[in-house]
Design a protein around this ligand. Structure first.
Ligand code: BGC
Ligand code: NOJ
Length: 814
């Protein structure tokens, strides 16, 4: 069952039934000011950091779900309704929500009155702008009342939800004409306030929640709205809100546009006040003035659209398959930008208070984003590397506001360092900017410890080399990519988190085959980079370690039919046919096959066949099999999940692409493609009722074959799945791959595909690449031409600015 449709021409998903199986959300803003908005206008705003600068309040896990947001209430006669259906839930004659690239339009129509709200954060603006267009489609004059609504958070989203003995006394507001200011804590340590304005005179306002709402009323029936008039309340403590009240009259056919601005201002210490107790409103007024007419708002939206036209023009596909095209050209790239911005902090599954920017997560996210805005990727890489320790280890997370490592989580995740190599190499391959290697980057955010970025890569590489276990395989530390395979934790205390409990690595023999494969892949990249920059000795040294790792995997990491997953604390095998549960895991088989370990000996093929046989199911590839059915103290959190969910045999969409890429190493294009389609949201639109989450973005997890309800997804939006699937489809299946000296053309497609076209902008040049497959092969470039000139090999060189026609003919070479 569907709840809407894709409008590809406008790059929108159009929701036509507001009662989606889960709130289907969108993100507004893409640098500093951000908002989450659901298809019924629920959600919240924050500035840079969803924990420390929460602007509006949101209650996670509410009943009903997704109550609270930026709401408009319309009262015409005795009928009260909202354009987004919620919170009033009055049946609408028309409802439509269009989620687009960083904007959302929600339209409701009731008894001949249409209310269409446009929400977005204009470029370079610290505010969410809301344009509400009201149209009288009836034959008679309409008189009605309009109330806006926003509820302020008391800045720190964590204490906002717990410290009520203080919170109920701190709230402070200022009312100045049509602008309602939230200045809680501004007179002490804060240099920031928020405001909510409308570009017209108002008939009243409210800033005290209970006065507006009534103590016993829900969001669907605020007392002021029921009464048909605001109360002009000025909040002192309790819960400050902002609500405008307007009386409106519209002639038949008349439209009135109102512009609301929900903004954030920071002032320097000596510029905080206009006079004692009166805040300096200069910046707020300037932003309000920038959007004081509908025309200005429309112009800002056009600018935002042009910005996205540009971002999405770097890689465009014409495959003849509209679902694939919309993923590659629009939604997958969009989700990559969102994950790059938010890491795993704020979504409808991530509360914005728990997690900062992940070291491994952000490095992976940027491979899906680097082609869009390489400068931002560069800055991010430097931020991430600055949280590394001199020995190559690193903080697992950092807070975006301070960019400093997060002590609560600490470090010790032994896969983390390797991802920095991925990040840097991907950046250089996209841009050709080797200067990043010479950049002086601090360790542990300490400038006095700064060394070159190249040195950061060396210590990353060496962190693995210096932490090998009894089999010559990488010690796992706190955990590798799988945060829940906690081999050194032994937790029997339900009051502690698996993620932060004491890590007992002393004397541990726990080794990871996932890190081993990872090391072979990115260690080889490191070797290649060394060669590229003329560090032959270092290349030689590193190559030896990679070779040793390959040997160690072949010798100690092969189980006969697939690659082992790990050795536990005591040196026992995990992911072996000898185990009763968890005989086979996806991660090690993904990484070791991507690395091509044992390709000649048939290990890659065997491992992938075993994955197909034991892990594949209707909805994707599960993480492990058989699922754990009891708690294994020596394995940790993985065995805490019920079978089929999350890391315990869920379909963890992040790692499915590792198998797809493994399949492309073998040249099995049909299999790679089948796996790709299984978890790709656009192909799941018809089963939205089962899938539950948005059909336009990937979810972290789909319940696996052992779950109570296989196929049901959770944790949409903020997942490494976005970047990995983008990388896989663009660089490995369609096979247009960035390299230091050009673009490698190496598709691996289903034999039935006849042709496809890609336009790729790369280092200033634009390549129109036409791939044809007359012999019906999966892989193998037979002939390559650029502007009708034959090219030897399969790489298009870096070219000066201009347009180039590239013709690729696949086939078996004669
Ligand atoms: C989740 C993991 C996540 C980890 C760290 C665990 O509960 O299952 O997916 O990476 O927490 O926050
Ligand atoms: C989600 C985390 O963000 C990511 O870092 C981790 O690799 C996966 N879960 C798997 O546990």
């Amino acid at each position: 069952m569907k709840f809407g449709f894709f409008d590809d021409a406008n790059r929108e998903y159009v929701i036509t039934n507001p009662a989606t199986p889960w709130p289907w959300i969108n993100y507004l803003g893409n640098t500093d000011f951000f908002s989450l908005i659901s298809n019924t206008a629920g959600g919240y705003s924050f500035f840079k950091d969803a924990k420390f600068r929460r602007i509006t309040r949101y209650r996670y896990n509410n009943v009903p779900m997704d109550e609270g947001g930026r709401y408009f209430y319309i009262k015409e006669g005795d009928t009260i309704w909202s354009p987004g259906w919620k919170p009033c839930k009055t049946p609408l004659d028309v409802y439509e929500c269009r989620h687009g690239m960083n904007y959302t339009k929600i339209k409701g129509e009731k008894d001949g009155l249409t209310a269409e709200a446009l929400f977005f954060v204009p470029l370079n603006t610290h505010a969410e702008v809301q344009k509400l267009s009201l149209t009288n489609n009836s034959e008679s004059t309409k008189k009605f009342k309009l109330f806006s609504f926003a509820e302020w958070a008391l800045w720190n989203a964590a204490t906002d939800m717990e410290n009520f003995q203080r919170n109920f006394s701190t709230g402070e507001v200022e009312v100045d004409g049509s602008v309602l200011y939230h200045k809680t804590e501004y007179k002490e340590r804060r240099d920031h306030y928020a405001y909510y304005s409308v570009n017209t005179e108002i008939n009243g306002f409210d800033t005290d929640r209970e006065t507006f709402m009534g103590l016993y009323n829900g969001f669907h029936e605020p007392q002021a709205v029921l009464d048909g008039a605001s109360k002009q309340s000025v909040a002192h403590g309790w819960s400050p809100i902002a609500s405008h009240y307007l009386e409106i009259e519209l002639q038949p056919g008349e439209t009135k546009d109102l512009v609301f601005v929900l903004g954030y201002v920071e002032n320097k210490e000596d510029e905080k006040w206009e006079s004692k107790g009166v805040i300096n409103k200069t910046k707020a007024k300037a932003t309000i003035a920038n959007f004081d007419t509908a025309e200005k708002v429309d112009a800002a939206l056009a600018e935002l659209k042009a910005y996205w036209d540009d971002l999405l023009s770097v890689y465009t596909l014409d495959s003849g398959d509209e679902k694939l095209d919309r993923m590659v050209n629009i939604w997958n790239q969009y989700q990559c930008m969102i994950t790059f911005n938010f890491s795993r902090s704020a979504s409808f599954f991530e509360s914005g208070i728990g997690r900062g920017m992940g070291f491994r997560d952000s490095n992976q996210d940027l491979v899906g984003f680097v082609h869009q805005i390489p400068e931002r990727a560069r800055e991010r890489i430097i931020d991430i590397a600055s949280t590394q320790f001199p020995d190559g280890g690193c903080y697992h997370q950092y807070q975006p506001l301070t960019k400093r490592g997060n002590n609560d989580i600490g470090g010790g995740f032994n896969d983390d360092p390797m991802w920095l190599i991925l990040g840097v190499v991907s950046y250089i391959k996209e841009t050709g900017d080797f200067s990043i290697l010479d950049e002086l980057v601090p360790f542990d955010n300490d400038e006095s410890l700064a060394k070159t970025m190249f040195n950061h890569l060396t210590v990353s590489f060496d962190h693995v080399v210096n932490n090998l276990g009894p089999h010559g395989l990488p010690l796992i530390g706190r955990a590798d990519w799988n945060d829940c395979l906690n081999l050194n934790c032994f937790s029997n205390d339900p009051n502690e988190s698996f993620q932060t409990t004491e890590n007992k690595t002393e004397g541990s023999k726990a080794e990871s085959l996932m890190i081993a494969g990872l090391f072979v892949v990115y260690g080889s990249d490191y070797v290649e980079l060394c060669e590229k920059v003329g560090k032959q000795e270092e290349a030689k040294r590193a190559r030896k370690h990679v070779k040793n790792m390959v040997e160690a995997v072949k010798q100690h990491g092969w189980d006969g039919e697939w690659f082992l997953r790990a050795y536990d604390y005591f040196g026992n095998k995990i992911g072996s046919n000898d185990n009763e549960e968890g005989k086979i895991f996806i991660e090690s088989n993904g990484w070791c096959t991507m690395a091509g370990i044992g390709l000649e000996e048939g290990m890659v093929e065997k491992a992938l066949d075993s994955v197909k046989e034991r892990l594949d199911c209707e909805y994707g590839i599960v993480l492990n099999n058989p699922a754990f059915t009891k708690y294994y103290i020596e394995y940790g959190e993985i065995s805490s999940y019920p079978a089929g969910y999350k890391e315990n045999a869920g379909i963890f969409c992040h790692n499915n692409p590792w198998i797809m890429i493994g399949e492309t190493v073998l040249g099995r294009g049909d299999q790679a493609w089948e796996y790709y389609k299984k978890i790709c949201p656009a192909y799941l639109e018809d089963i939205s009722d089962l899938h539950k989450t948005e059909p336009y973005v990937y979810s972290q997890m789909i319940a696996g074959k052992d779950a109570a309800k296989p196929g049901e997804a959770k944790n949409s939006w903020l997942t490494g799945t976005a970047a990995w699937n983008y990388l896989t489809i663009t660089q490995h299946i369609l096979g247009i791959r960035t390299h230091y000296d050009g673009l490698i053309i190496d598709p691996c497609i289903p034999v039935g595909w006849k042709e496809f076209k890609v336009t790729r902008k790369f280092r200033g040049a634009s390549f129109e690449i036409e791939v044809s497959n007359p012999e019906g092969v999966s892989k193998g470039v037979k002939q390559l031409f650029m502007n009708d000139q034959a090219i030897e090999g399969s790489m298009i060189p870096v070219m000066p600015e201009g347009k180039y026609r590239v013709k690729v003919i696949l086939g078996t070479s004669t």
